[in-house]
Design a protein around this ligand. Structure first.
Ligand SMILES: Cc1cc2nc3c(=O)[nH]c(=O)nc-3n(C[C@H](O)[C@H](O)[C@H](O)COP(=O)(O)OP(=O)(O)OC[C@H]3O[C@@H](n4cnc5c(N)ncnc54)[C@H](O)[C@@H]3O)c2cc1C
Length: 269
């Protein structure tokens, strides 16, 4: 019997697996996807995460792979509305007093490498379909390539995200709601004031806002905002649909910005 069965190889499952593996606890980690996530998702890593990573001796490497954000600029209309130092905002409180920009897909790749070094590989395309609490152990049914396997585990860890099979199987609620608006997330090459390689820019316009984050080791920026109503009904918007809206909003904030559309990597909602 495996001690631990971890369902889900997103950041939560990967870090849990790493902690257990470093302590020599036998485990399996499964994920129904065919491989790690490649889309643009979270990017800000805060001090507490890095303090935990220090316990695993991977903090310095994570910091080296990300970008320390120096300043936040709030822009709108003809001038800068506000500015905050982020580079040392937790000085004296944490060895990591800054906000680190580290894109989730690169971050997951990093955690996978660390896990592999500890002798654990994620079992991809393996889905938890159901489970039964048998008192002394959990009997979990896994599906892979059309075949079903029943696994006995002392613990089943539900790291399977917002639509968790484990949470539903336990009859647990998920409090909270869905935002009325649809957000866009895009990684793109851009030049100009708002496309700083070390600062975070929040640009406010009459039609909404756009947050611009330096995110990639390759020098791309992350653009986050609310999808304009005209694009709401268009299914999955392409980057080319959203780019003119962002350029216009930023120009109104007196931010020069030019996209290199050929280097836009993704746009999601
Ligand atoms: C477009 C987008 C933008 C985002 N931007 C931000 C942001 O800017 N800041 C922020 O903090 N967060 C952001 N998030 C949220 C962030 O990505 C999540 O909070 C984070 O991924 C949660 O990590 P997790 O490991 O708990 O779950 P997930 O990353 O969701 O991982 C769960 C894993 O479980 C697997 N799984 C699910 N069910 C099963 C099953 N039955 N069997 C096997 N495997 C299963 C899934 O395949 C998945 O890989 C964003 C998310 C999206 C989609």
């Amino acid at each position: 019997m495996n001690s631990i069965l971890i369902t889900g190889a997103g950041p939560t499952g990967l870090v849990l697996a790493l902690y257990l593996a470093r302590r020599g606890v036998p485990l399996r980690i499964i994920d129904k996807n065919s491989g790690p996530g490649r889309t643009s998702r979270a990017m800000a890593v805060h001090a507490r995460t890095l303090e935990f990573y220090r316990q695993l001796d991977i903090a310095d490497e994570a910091v080296a792979k990300g970008i320390k954000v120096n300043e936040l600029h709030i822009r709108g209309g003809s001038k800068e509305k506000g500015r905050a130092e982020l580079g040392d905002m937790g000085g004296g409180l944490s060895p990591y007093p800054f906000v680190l920009s580290f894109a989730q897909d690169e971050h997951e790749q990093f955690l996978l490498e660390k896990l592999k070094e500890s002798g654990i590989e994620v079992e991809w395309e393996t889905e938890l379909s159901s489970f039964i609490d048998e008192g002394g152990y959990v009997a979990a049914e896994l599906k892979k390539n059309g075949k079903t396997e029943t696994v006995k585990a002392a613990f089943l860890c539900g790291c399977d995200g917002a639509h968790s099979t484990v949470r539903r199987g336990l009859g647990l609620d998920f409090h909270g709601g869905t935002y009325e608006h649809t957000f866009y997330v895009a990684d793109a090459e851009a030049s100009g004031d708002a496309a700083s390689k070390h600062d975070l820019n929040m640009c406010l316009g009459e039609d909404g806002f756009c947050i611009v984050f330096p995110v990639r080791s390759t020098g791309l920026n992350r653009f986050i905002g609310i999808l304009p109503p005209a694009l709401e009904d268009r299914g999955k918007p392409a980057f080319e649909d959203v780019a003119p809206f962002i350029e216009n909003l930023l120009q109104n904030s007196r931010c020069e910005l030019v996209f290199d559309v050929s280097r836009s990597s993704s746009c999601g909602r």
